[in-house]
Write a protein that binds this ligand. Structure first.
Ligand code: FE2
Ligand code: FE2
Length: 355
């Protein structure tokens, strides 16, 4: 893509008021997100974008969504509910765990940016509360929402939040002067949870709703969430780059932690214990197909881009990519062992081979 084209997309995404975000695609948000890898950007530049990109959950029009919801088949409703609840849990969890990272951030501009991020995460949790209440018909917040889906929907996912995120942020809370603890927490929070897991899921969901012409209120609000997440992920990268410049030893801490989280992360994405209810890809139009191969390349490729931008060596980045890629193969095979059926990825693999 040409530089002028990139600048034009970034300008449009950054400047779009809430009502225009329905027409902004996830690929365009992605272009804007990548522009935040520019080492010339600092935490205050991201703060200034936050000031200009305010939006209110109360301004979203959800009336069309409620009509769509009523027309969906029950198994479609079930699938959407299961996916949305993961985001609901995630937004609540990150709202609850960010304050130790803010408190222990070594520089004033970092603490100022992180204060804006806490406000964003609270807004995202409120977005899901309102959506569950008004569209899905589940009032009573996260607790009530969790009761409506089975525990298998959230099992794989809980390891990363209940174990890794809580452990990492607790360490920062009890030892705020420990730089390596802070670095590990930002790796867990910004690079893996926001940059890898949330972004991958967000991209799948938004592409699907857009292609199907479904749930415009959700699509608008969730695109605003994705734009907020661009700033958060951009901040994570610049903060880690800065820690590395202050202490080159942190390169090893970052790489080791990204590798330590690989199993839990890929397990969360593939979630082999849960039987997929998605329709046969052969029956879907091309716009509605979601290739797990393409999603894997996208997620690992984005992670690699950020690790390079932080300053890790090409050798280390390659080693990380190989580890993550191999885990998908293992877990797709495990899915087939558990359920005794082919994983949908095989269809896409044959499709790719047939060219
Ligand atoms: Fe968020
Ligand atoms: Fe975030």
């Amino acid at each position: 893509m040409e530089q002028t084209q990139v600048r034009e997309i970034v300008r449009r995404v950054e400047g779009a008021p809430l009502r225009d975000l329905l027409r902004v695609s996830m690929d365009e948000v992605q272009v804007q997100m990548d522009s935040y890898l520019d080492p010339a950007l600092d935490a205050l530049a991201l703060y200034r974008r936050w000031e200009r990109q305010q939006w209110a959950v109360a301004d979203l029009d959800l009336s069309e969504d409620a009509r769509h919801w009523g027309r969906l088949e029950e198994d479609q409703r079930d699938a959407v509910r299961r996916t949305m609840i993961l985001f609901f849990i995630g937004e609540q969890a990150v709202t609850d765990t960010l304050s130790p990272i803010l408190h222990a951030a070594p520089h004033e501009d970092e603490r100022i940016f992180l204060a804006t991020q806490i406000a964003d995460e609270a807004r995202h949790a409120v977005f899901f509360q309102r959506y569950f209440d008004e569209v899905l018909g589940i009032g009573g917040g996260l607790h009530a929402a969790l009761e409506r889906v089975g525990p298998e929907a959230t099992a794989g996912f809980r390891r990363i939040f209940d174990l890794h995120l809580v452990t990492a942020t607790e360490r920062v809370r009890t030892a705020p002067a420990d730089r390596s603890a802070w670095v590990e927490a930002v790796v867990t929070y910004h690079l893996i949870i926001e940059g890898y897991l949330a972004l991958t899921g967000q991209r799948n969901l938004l592409r699907f709703f857009r292609a199907a012409g479904l749930l415009p209120g959700f699509t608008t609000g969730f695109t605003a969430v994705a734009r907020d997440e661009s700033r958060h992920i951009g901040f994570g990268v610049l903060a880690l780059r800065r820690r590395l410049a202050e202490d080159p030893e942190q390169a090893r801490v970052i790489a080791r932690h990204v590798l330590e989280l690989a199993e839990a992360t890929v397990h969360t994405v593939v979630n082999p214990e849960q039987r997929l209810r998605a329709p046969d890809p052969a029956q879907l139009s091309e716009a509605l197909r979601q290739s797990p191969l393409e999603a894997r390349d996208f997620s690992i490729g984005s992670l690699a881009k950020r690790l390079r931008s932080i300053g890790l060596s090409e050798t280390v980045v390659d080693q990380i990519q190989d580890r993550y890629r191999g885990l998908y193969d293992q877990l797709w095979a495990r899915y087939e062992e558990i359920h005794g059926v082919e994983h949908p990825v095989r269809w896409y693999q044959r499709w790719a081979e047939a060219g």
